[in-house]
Design a protein around this ligand. Structure first.
Ligand SMILES: Cc1ncc(C[n+]2csc(CCOP(=O)(O)OP(=O)(O)O)c2C)c(N)n1
Ligand SMILES: [Mg+2]
Length: 396
């Protein structure tokens, strides 16, 4: 549908909807989120950002298919007791894939606990990523290898770390851009404010990417903010904000790509809000039926990010039956490797719990480590003697 707001240039393209009447207006997101391919798979007449070419979309579409398969597989592994927890990004895969593929090798990604698919799309081994959610290692991957920070569970803390890395890159004269992800709920944290303010004042190359999936566990967006949108918060810091359909892969690639280019060209930070929906419970530990209805969720089913891009690419004859089969086979192979890896028992050394955090352990940690060593030694003795080492077993 053609509206006055989807003409002109987007705020990340150096303009504002309909032509900016003032510098302040140029920072504002438009009223309607950017949408380049609608939910039926048809291109829109939104002219604010260029539609990515078919080949680029096809490549990213393959990542969507894999991302969905990884979400399904991880959920199944939770039910089988192989993963302790999994915050699924089912329905948010377009955000996950776009956040990773708009970055170059020199850039950094700062993800949250929900962004497993983004981390894998960036190139980190799926097994190493999921190790964290199995609970047997501090973080399963080396952040420096693919320039992906560890997945942050404390809300919004990663935004400050991201700004620090971007600031350092700028001081060193490196071309690095940092993309920092957070949820709608995280925008209520003080760290969100501090990160955006510091980034704007020091003009650092960082893109803040909010996945607004309408919930922070059970708290709906309306209890989180009464701002016109989360992207409108950007103007308070003096950076441009943009709103994008978070289930439209094409729009996400265009908008996040423009934000990254802008940061790399010395344009400073920006804030992108993707409008999406958390289709599944917060995690397996949450019962979402207690605070939202099945109808609420149903409404988002037709907006699925994978179905619409599939229709678009099939209409252009870029995606064929054979191509679809190959993508499904690739995704199955990744899922099979995840199953195999996570069904293999690993030898965990509990003493490692005390390693890798402090160069020099605190006195409490030294004490606790000693207690654990004693307990492990007792268990080993008990095992050798054929008893279970417990009080009931007569050893303590
Ligand atoms: C500082 C902090 N406070 C509270 C929590 C508990 N907590 C974990 S996830 C979550 C909801 C976050 O919602 P949102 O930012 O929208 O991300 P989503 O889970 O929807 O991706 C909360 C409150 C936490 N992890 N960290
Ligand atoms: Mg949320």
């Amino acid at each position: 549908m053609s509206t006055a707001t989807n003409k002109g240039r987007g705020s990340l393209m150096g303009g504002a909807p309909g032509g900016a009447p003032s510098a302040a207006h140029a920072l504002l997101p438009s009223d309607e989120p950017v949408q380049l391919v609608d939910q039926h798979g048809h291109p829109t007449d939104d002219e604010r950002y260029p539609l990515p070419d078919g080949e680029r979309l096809l490549g990213a579409y393959g990542r969507l298919v894999t991302g969905r398969r990884i979400n399904d597989q991880a959920n199944a592994l939770v039910r089988q007791g192989r993963l302790a927890v999994y915050p699924s990004s089912h329905g948010q895969e377009a955000c996950q894939v776009a956040a990773a593929v708009v970055l170059g090798g020199e850039d950094w990604l700062f993800p949250t606990y929900r962004d497993t698919v983004a981390v894998i799309t960036r190139g980190v081994d799926p097994l190493e990523v999921l190790t964290l959610l199995r609970g047997d290692w501090h973080a399963g991957y080396d952040p420096y290898e693919h320039r992906v920070a560890t997945q942050a569970t404390p809300l919004a803390t990663q935004l400050l770390h991201a700004v620090g890395v971007a600031h350092a890159a700028k001081l060193r004269g490196e071309p690095t851009v940092v993309l920092a992800m957070c949820g709608d709920g995280a925008t209520s944290e003080g760290d969100f404010h501090e990160a955006l303010n510091f980034a704007a004042v020091f003009h650092v190359p960082v893109v803040f990417f909010i996945q607004n999936n309408e919930f922070a566990i059970s708290v709906p967006l309306k209890n989180q903010t009464v701002a016109p949108s989360l992207a409108h918060k950007a103007i308070g810091y003096g950076m441009p904000g943009e709103r994008v359909d978070g289930n439209d892969l094409a729009a996400l690639l265009a908008v996040l790509g423009a934000a990254v280019d802008r940061a790399r060209d010395g344009g400073g930070p920006s804030l992108v809000e993707a409008h999406t929906y958390r289709m599944q419970a917060h995690t397996n530990a949450d019962d979402a039926t207690r605070y939202r209805s099945a109808d609420d969720v149903e409404r988002w089913v037709p907006r699925d990010p994978i179905a619409r891009m599939r229709t678009y690419l099939r209409t252009l004859d870029l995606l064929t039956d054979e191509g679809e089969r190959a993508l499904a086979d690739d995704a199955d192979a990744i899922a099979a490797a995840i199953r195999k890896g996570l069904n293999t028992e690993v030898d965990v050394n509990p003493a490692e719990l005390f390693e890798y955090v402090y160069t020099e352990k605190t006195s409490q940690l030294r004490e606790q480590a000693a207690l654990l060593r004693e307990e492990l030694a007792r268990d080993a003795d008990a095992a050798a003697a054929g008893t279970d080492g417990s009080i009931e077993g007569g050893r303590r």
